[in-house]
Design a protein. Structure first.
Length: 873
């Protein structure tokens, strides 16, 4: 062992003491010489888990062999990956017992690392081979057996399992010429390069031949002795590229055909500025076009900037031509120039557009310019501008507002009157902004009507309000008609707007008046019908009672008939009084005897008047009055009339057994009185006009509740005369109603002195009375009444007869009708006063007129009383 050149060691004895030869020293590294005699496990503790089991197997009598076993050894002070090939064999002592083990080993670390490097390099080579952008394969021998082929090659030939097969066997459909070329390269050692070579292959399972176009190289592979032993095949499938190139060429030809057919002149220049391509239209525009020379040669072109340019009239410099600027990388849109063609042709106006032509990498390759002859359009636009100028002059001279719109409704023109009317700045309101000056309440209607005209093409006409520069809205009549072309299509809309504000206001007022007259006429008819009904009701019992008076001498029946006549006359008197009150109120002739009164007294007085009706219908009246006085400034009689009317309505329009509430209070300088019932209520439609004259709710055919529809109108007027307000509220039929009066509250009044009325001496005794009335029935009826009351009565129907009788025998009382046929009652009274003086007695006027001026006229004539027919004793 010691003389061997092969690394060896022996592990002997129970502790496996270590003995080794000199070649093993290199294996031990820094562990030598300390390892000599030490136990095996102690020396190689870092690899004991790997070699310990093998050593124990050797001590057990089993030899082991390991090849390229990786071991992480620490023999130089650090962990080092190593690989070893070794064997462990048992060693016996003199008695034949196993006393140790023997190892012969070789370190294979360098070889393993070299192999791994080789494999890695091979794998990288294969990876590169497989990832090559083109298809790659290697054949061996003159039979051309595939040794390797990358995925691209397998995909190209449409097969996966060709390695080990000859080209002919793998690709039986392949044209023989390719086999011949392979053999030629193999035999001669000369490479073969093929460009754009068509090849037919069956690439799918359907057996169909597919034509591809390829670029390829057959490169001979030589061995160490220079002999060809294989062929390297490399190529690229350029079918798609070739197809694309054909398409590009087709498109190029098509593009040239299109360019030649374009009505615009097209010129293409290279990056030096040389004109390399022009189409027919360009030649038509310019004539013989120079096709050589750089940008400086563009000075040969004669061109001037057009009218709408800031440089109009100036000649176009060589560097300013659209093509020159495009060659500098600029995109030119909309240059307009006037040119002089190269041939002897008249000047033309051109619209120029140019753009640079760049390669895929952005490098400038040239430029192209398109030139459109717009000479006719320019002349037409000039004519149009002149026409529009004339149109504007005409429309600005018109008194109306004039406007126009495009076929889609876009407003593009307003005349001067429009801007003066609206106060807008010229240009504002164009487009759809005209709606901003339309009254908000008219916009939806105006838009809808305008939309219908735009859709249908029918004339547009509408009345609407526009915002005037004064800040008000004024009514205008807007009209528009479509202007159509030869084909019937709408070219634009032409419209006017006429200020009709005063006319519209007058028309609206007239319509309101007509409606009011119709409503008034209808209410008049309803009122007359109701009045006839209300008058017939008392006339029927009066007529019956008068017949009874003629037919019966029974005092009881006569008195009963008289009571009937009296009641019905009072009812008719109330109707007439209401009508007269309404007449006076509507004409502003009501005279109020104003004084400061406690409204609580008014409430009490009104309740006393209506109490019989309330009790008769079984209503419960509940009042709530404050303890303090509620002072107001008003006419005691009229205030009582207001409250009594409302209480009377509450009693009439509440079913029997109902409830009526009257509340009065004072707050914020006002007296508020609220009358609430749980009666039939007021319909919502009637509520807004409940206080209008002759307004009545729908009633049953029997008209049991009566009334002329004037009470609430009179109430509202009287409340207004007192400086107050009245409102009505109801939730509808059978929901009751609430009426609220609000009057100004005043301070308490000073104490007033008592006054007294006229007195007649001998009151209660038989009086001598004269009645003067041209109405025979009225005079005789009054005479009968006076005599029935125990007085003496003389009747005269003419003033002259009465005057003589009165002068001859003065009466104590004289009733004088004002409307006598010969002289008036006022004149008769003056004559009596003048002749008799203090002996004239009491003079009382009888009249159907009871207005304040009528009372004043009677007092002026010397009459003591003014009694309004019919009157009560």
């Amino acid at each position: 062992m010691l003389r061997s050149k092969f690394p060896m060691f022996v592990a002997w004895g129970p502790s496996m003491g270590f003995l080794y030869n000199d070649p093993y020293v290199e294996v031990l590294g820094a562990k030598h010489p300390f390892a000599l005699g030490l136990p095996f496990e102690e020396i190689w503790s870092e690899i004991w888990e790997d070699v310990g089991p093998l050593a124990r197997r050797a001590l057990a009598g089993e030899a082991t062999y390991m090849e390229n076993l990786p071991l992480l050894m620490r023999r130089k002070g650090y962990d080092e990956p190593t690989w070893f090939t070794f064997s462990y064999s048992p060693v016996t002592d003199e008695q034949g017992d196993i006393a140790g083990m023997y190892c012969a080993c070789t370190e294979t670390t360098a070889g393993v690392i070299a192999e791994r490097t080789r494999i890695a390099q091979m794998q990288r080579l294969i990876s590169l081979f497989e990832q090559a952008p083109g298809f790659v394969a290697v054949t061996l021998g003159r039979e051309h057996i595939y040794e390797i082929a990358n995925p691209a090659y397998l995909e190209f030939v449409g097969r996966q399992h060709i390695v080990g097969l000859s080209v002919r066997a793998a690709l039986p459909e392949l044209d023989q010429k390719f086999i011949d070329i392979l053999t030629q390269v193999y035999d001669t050692g000369v490479p073969y390069i093929g460009n754009r070579i068509p090849v037919g292959l069956v690439r799918g399972n359907d057996g169909e031949m597919t034509d591809r176009i390829v670029d390829f190289v057959f490169q001979p592979i030589v061995d160490d002795h220079g002999r060809v032993d294989g062929i390297f095949i490399q190529g690229t499938d350029i079918t798609n590229q070739a197809t694309a190139e054909r398409l590009v060429e087709t498109e190029r030809l098509r593009l040239e055909a299109v360019i030649d057919s374009l009505p615009s002149g097209v010129a293409l220049a290279n990056n030096e500025g040389d004109i390399i391509r022009v189409n027919a239209a360009n030649r038509e525009i310019w004539g013989m076009h120079p096709t050589s020379g750089d940008v400086a040669a563009y000075g040969e072109r004669q061109g001037w900037w057009a009218e709408d340019s800031t440089r109009r009239g100036q000649q176009v410099a060589p560097d300013d031509w659209a093509l020159s600027r495009a060659l500098r990388g600029e995109v030119v849109r909309g240059d307009i120039v006037e040119i002089q063609p190269f041939d002897d042709h008249p000047r033309r106006t051109l619209l120029l557009q140019a753009t640079p032509v760049r390669l895929a990498d952005g490098e400038l390759a040239g430029a192209v310019v398109a030139q459109t002859d717009i000479s006719d359009r320019v002349r037409a636009e000039a004519d149009l501008r002149a026409s529009e100028a004339r149109f504007r002059s005409i429309t600005d001279a018109m008194p109306q507002m004039v406007w126009s719109a495009l076929p889609d409704g876009f407003n593009d023109y307003y005349n001067r009157q429009w801007y003066e009317f609206t106060g807008l700045i010229p240009g504002e309101g164009e487009g759809q902004r005209w709606a901003e000056v339309v009254h908000p309440d008219d916009r939806v209607r105006a838009w809808a009507r305008w939309g219908r005209s735009l859709d249908s093409g029918e004339d547009y006409e509408i009345q609407m309000r526009l915002h005037h520069h004064s800040g008000d809205f004024r009514w205008v009549l807007v009209r528009a008609v479509p202007v159509r072309g030869d084909d019937g299509g709408i070219l634009r809309w032409l419209g006017t707007a006429t200020d009709i504000h005063e006319h519209r206001i007058a028309q609206d007022a007239l319509e309101r008046s007509e409606r009011a007259l119709r409503d008034a006429d209808q209410r008049k008819d309803e009122f007359l019908a109701m009045l006839a009904h209300e008058l017939r009701n008392p006339l029927a019992p009066i007529s019956t009672a008068s017949q009874l008076l003629k037919l019966s001498s029974d005092p009881v029946r006569i008195r009963a008939a008289g009571d009937v006549i009296g009641r019905q006359v009072r009812h008719m008197t109330e109707l007439v009084d209401d009508l007269l009150d309404v007449s006076r109120v509507t004409r502003g002739l009501v005279h109020l005897d104003l004084e400061t009164v406690d409204f609580k007294a008014i409430v009490i007085s009104a309740i006393e008047q209506v109490r019989p009706l309330i009790d008769a219908r079984g209503h419960a009246l509940r009042t709530r009055l404050p303890a303090r006085a509620l002072w107001v400034h008003g006419d005691r009689t009229r205030l009582t009339q207001i409250l009594a009317n409302l209480l009377n309505n509450a009693a009439k329009y509440t079913p029997e057994g109902g409830e009526i509430h009257l509340d009065a209070e004072s707050d914020d300088g006002h007296v508020r009185v609220r009358i609430r019932d749980n009666g039939q209520g007021i319909e919502p439609a009637l509520l807004p006009r409940i206080f209008d004259l002759f307004t009545q709710a729908d009633r049953s055919p029997d008209r049991t509740q009566g009334g002329l529809g004037i009470g609430l109108a009179l109430v509202r007027s009287l409340v207004a005369l007192h400086g107050g307000t009245i409102t009505a509220d109801s939730h509808g039929r059978d929901q009751g109603a609430v009426f609220t009066i609000c009057l100004p509250r005043v301070e308490a009044p000073p104490v007033a002195e008592d006054t007294h009325a006229h007195r007649i001496d001998g009151a209660g005794a038989t009086l001598d009375v004269v009645v003067v009335d041209d109405n025979v029935d009225a005079a005789q009826t009054l005479q009968v009444l006076l005599e029935a009351l125990g007085h003496r009565a003389r009747v005269f129907h003419r003033a002259g007869d009465a005057l003589n009788a009165i002068i001859e025998s003065p009466p104590q009382v004289a009733f004088l009708d004002i409307g006598l046929p010969d002289i008036t009652g006022h004149e008769l009274a003056r004559e009596i006063r003048q002749r008799l003086g203090a002996r004239a007695g009491v003079l009382a006027a009888l009249s159907g007129y009871g207005q304040p001026q009528d009372h004043a006229a009677s007092r002026e004539a010397g009459l003591d009383f003014h009694l309004v027919k019919p009157w009560r004793c």
